[in-house]
Design a protein around this ligand. Structure first.
Ligand SMILES: [Ca+2]
Ligand SMILES: [Ca+2]
Ligand SMILES: [Ca+2]
Ligand SMILES: [Ca+2]
Length: 398
């Protein structure tokens, strides 16, 4: 600092000698001769309550009543100085400093004023992180987002649920129970100032549980015979539900928001699970949903309509009758795309004569009958849907 002071003094000498000759002139107000009036000296600064992070801006308010001011010499009280009229200065630490300003008028007359300035500490900022969910029985408490702009934090104090106290920038707190933990962090800087921050941690280690209900018209063998509606309900008392996801067969995962319908026929696998806000995920659940909205198809293909059969052999066409002479193998065309065929029944005049569950679902008809009759077949699919086909004929079977 000495060289700065020397520099200031040298500047001062130059100004005084250069402009006015003598180093120093006293005023002689009484004589009226050479009655120089001394300069009036004053200054202000902003901000009013500066910290050691602020650039303090000094405003010179001095004036000379009978001349002008030719030099300003500032000492900021921390060993630094300036000869600018309106200097800026940043203090390196908080403290009370004594500032002096000396001004010199064009006659070489000096005047000095001093003021104190209180440079304030910048308080630290505590940050214990956002409120958050935790899915394990260890809280990782990290104060690294806390800071002190003009110094350093020398103490970190954590208080958990108002009674457990821990010290350190990072701590791991272990416990057994799910629930809500109120955490407070207080930091202290190297100037002894504090700041506090609070956060709430909801600890949830239990995955949610999803309940599924399906509504729809049921047929046989766990097949639905119309569209179904799926409702997924879930519960998580600790952290709450983040989302429910589901997919049908190999579709993408959809986010569940409301009951949905499945209208596509066939055998399906519906998969679903729920994740809670602490990211605990329930194991994927699977359910089979089978839908058959279509009746099966059945048609008698032997005997053929309007033909004569003799001992199970087709002989020739007839104009308007189907006639059997001797036993015949009744054959059908049968299919069901969705659920598949469960069984086929054959009736003669509404009396059940044969029931078969095996392909090719034919019937060797050799029951004695003479005259007009109705041959009817009913096909049931595995979902319980049915179709029938019938043929009127004259039979002579004995
Ligand atoms: Ca003057
Ligand atoms: Ca500080
Ligand atoms: Ca949970
Ligand atoms: Ca069907």
């Amino acid at each position: 600092m000495t060289w700065k002071k020397n520099f200031v003094v040298m500047m001062l000498c130059l100004i005084i000698f250069g402009l006015n000759g003598p180093i120093y002139r006293h005023t002689h107000a009484n004589t009226g001769l050479d009655a120089n009036q001394p300069p009036s000296v004053d200054f202000t600064y902003i901000p009013n309550n500066p910290t050691d992070m602020d650039l303090v801006q000094f405003q010179d308010n001095s004036f000379d009543p009978d001349g002008w001011i030719v030099a300003w010499i500032w000492y900021f009280g921390d060993g630094n100085s300036s000869i600018l009229q309106h200097p800026n200065h940043k203090y390196s630490d908080n403290e009370i400093f004594k500032i002096s300003l000396t001004v010199i008028d064009n006659n070489g007359t000096l005047n000095t004023t001093t003021k104190t300035i209180t440079i304030l500490n910048v308080p630290p900022v505590a940050n214990c992180g956002d409120d958050r969910y935790v899915n394990q029985h260890v809280l990782h408490l990290n104060a690294s987002q806390s800071y002190d702009s003009d110094g350093e934090i020398i103490n970190y104090t954590w208080v958990i649920n108002e009674n457990q106290r821990y010290y350190g920038k990072n701590i791991n707190y272990s416990f057994y129970d799910d629930g809500t933990y109120n955490v407070s962090l207080t930091v202290t800087d190297n100037d002894g100032e504090n700041d506090s921050d609070n956060c709430t941690l909801i600890v949830d280690t239990q995955p949610p549980v999803t309940y599924m209900t399906i509504t729809g018209e049921k047929g046989a063998n766990n097949w639905y015979i119309e569209n179904v509606t799926v409702v997924l309900n879930t519960k998580d008392e600790t952290s709450g539900i983040k989302h429910i996801k589901y997919k049908l067969d190999n579709s993408i995962w959809y986010r569940y928001s409301k009951p949905f319908n499945i209208s596509l026929q066939g055998k399906h696998t519906l998969s679903y699970y729920t994740m809670d806000n602490a990211l605990n995920t329930e194991g994927e659940k699977l359910v089979s949903i089978n839908i058959d909205k279509t009746n099966p198809y059945v048609k008698i293909i032997q005997p053929k309509e309007n033909y004569l059969y003799l001992l199970n052999r087709i002989k020739w066409p007839l104009p308007e009758n189907t006639v059997l002479i001797g036993p015949v193998l009744v054959k059908i065309e049968a299919r069901d795309k969705e659920a598949g065929i469960e069984r086929v029944e054959f009736y003669i005049d509404n009396t059940l004569s044969c029931l078969t569950e095996k392909p090719p679902y034919s019937w060797a008809w050799d029951e004695t009958i003479l005259g007009h009759c109705k041959l009817r077949t009913i096909l049931y699919d595995k979902s319980g849907r049915q179709s029938s086909n019938e043929l009127y004929l004259i039979a002579l079977i004995f």
